[in-house]
Design a protein around this ligand. Structure first.
Ligand code: G6D
Length: 343
């Protein structure tokens, strides 16, 4: 495997490394130590054109100043925690209220905002990029000294495996994910409304006006949330489903997965022929269709717009605190595999 290490930029005087991996099947993958951000993934279309398929920037300042979580790890908690507080063994913990009265994505000082340590392990047909970080007790309001590692393993079959591992010296909560925005059209030439999603899920979580699960699990059957047989994103966006309208005319919803590690998610762009297959051991995935991305960003020269990317954030169901608990000296582990193919 071919790996190129560079200095992507510096932050507060600290150099930020980038790693670029290229495969024999035309994939080019780049990530950086700041937030474990995946800054670029390029793969061929059915005519062999190797093009960009993720939303990202080329400078650290753009990520720090204006990124809506492009490509980054999310933690210590993915999604919203209601009222920015939770209770463990009778102790209340208060987090930043960075989304109304609630906490979103671990707060303004979440794991997406730190510089991780990194090492690489190169083998003949795959490479590990191993990021590590110790989040001290109380960081962003969470208890426990949390030792975290996030490993990106890229192989010659154009596959990316993200493996998360964390251990703590004190009972705490952990629910990590990656927030990459995909756009399979290539170089962001089209928005994602014509992307076709297949999702093995027969229940999704209804959201309340704060975009927090209401507690109701809704059957997908017969709704624009039923992707079991494959459907375009546009089908939902143009519908008058109240849940679609609630989140700004798209999806921002957790889906409960019916299987694990069995091709739970497939995303296809017929025009380019690019297909992304995702397998995970997580029980849920949040589908976000960039409903509020807006037009104020310049993304490698391309003006942003709503629906320019699609996020598929595998995780535990948001706000279900009891499912995030990790006991002292226990280990949190999860993995998600992304396979970039031609449909
Ligand atoms: C909005 O509600 C959405 C989140 O799900 C998303 O992660 C964020 O924008 C980027 O807050």
């Amino acid at each position: 495997m071919n790996v190129t290490e560079k200095i992507f930029g510096s932050l507060n005087g600290e150099e930020i490394k980038s790693y670029t991996v290229t495969t024999k099947k035309g994939m080019e993958f780049t990530c950086i130590e700041y937030g474990c951000i995946i800054t670029s993934i390029k793969v061929p279309d059915h005519e062999g054109n190797i093009e960009e398929i993720v939303l990202g920037f080329d400078t650290i300042d753009e990520y720090v100043d204006q990124s809506p979580y492009f490509g980054c790890i999310i933690g210590r908690n993915a999604g919203r925690i209601e009222n920015a507080s939770f209770e463990l063994d009778g102790n209340m913990y208060s987090l930043s209220r960075n989304n109304g009265e609630h906490n979103l994505h671990g707060g303004p000082n979440g794991l997406d905002t730190v510089v991780w340590n990194s090492i690489i392990k190169i083998r003949e047909n795959e490479v590990d990029i191993i990021f590590s970080y110790t989040s001290p007790h109380g960081e962003a309001g969470f208890p426990g000294n949390l030792n975290i590692s996030v490993t990106y393993t890229i192989n010659q079959n154009n596959e990316l495996l993200i493996s998360y591992e964390a251990n703590t010296d004190q009972k705490t909560i952990v629910n990590l994910t990656n927030h990459t925005y995909f756009n399979l059209s290539g170089n962001l030439k089209r928005i994602i409304l014509d992307h076709e999603l297949t999702l093995k899920s027969d229940r999704y979580l209804e959201l309340n006006s704060s975009f927090i699960p209401s507690g109701n699990e809704i059957l997908t059957e017969g709704t624009v949330f039923d992707f079991r047989q494959g459907s375009s994103i546009k089908r939902g966006v143009v519908s008058n489903d109240p849940q679609i309208e609630l989140v700004g005319g798209g999806y921002d919803h957790p889906f409960l997965l019916s299987t694990n590690n069995e091709k739970e998610i497939e995303l296809l762009d017929r025009k380019s022929g690019r297909k992304l297959v995702i397998e995970t051991d997580e029980p849920a995935v949040v589908l976000y269709t960039a409903n509020s991305l807006g037009e104020n960003l310049l993304i490698r020269g391309r003006q942003s717009e709503n629906y320019l990317g699609i996020c598929l954030e595998t995780q535990k169901p948001p706000n279900r605190i009891s499912s995030f608990i990790i006991e002292a000296n226990a280990t949190y582990r999860t993995k998600t595999k992304y396979s970039f193919q031609l449909g």
